[in-house]
Design a protein. Sequence first.
Length: 122
Amino acid sequence: MKNIQTQTKEKIIDSTGRTLGRVASEAAMSLMGKTKATFERNIYSGFPVRVINAKKLRITEKKLEEIYHTRYSGIPGGLRILKGTETVEKKGLKELIRLATFQMLPGNKLRRIMMKNFKIED
């Protein structure tokens, strides 16, 4: 695409002892490029973001029970509502960070481009 600008800088976010929402919102702001003075809404002006120490994220069992997300298979009656505990058991805390950040990004064609520049490490 012509709207993509390549950047060599990478923002590293350490999630040790931080909550899920704080990490996800910081990542989303950097991916969108809102932390830069050259922010443009219709062009990807953000930079790559890497979250480290995802296993050390601070989240309680009660909060994991409250968190839920949906998956839709595309067929009638195919909507599945998954709790946070199920997601952590199957895919780990990395998936929760990815889903939270995905929901915080704008729902336009740039969302997938932004998510390609998002990496999560344990």
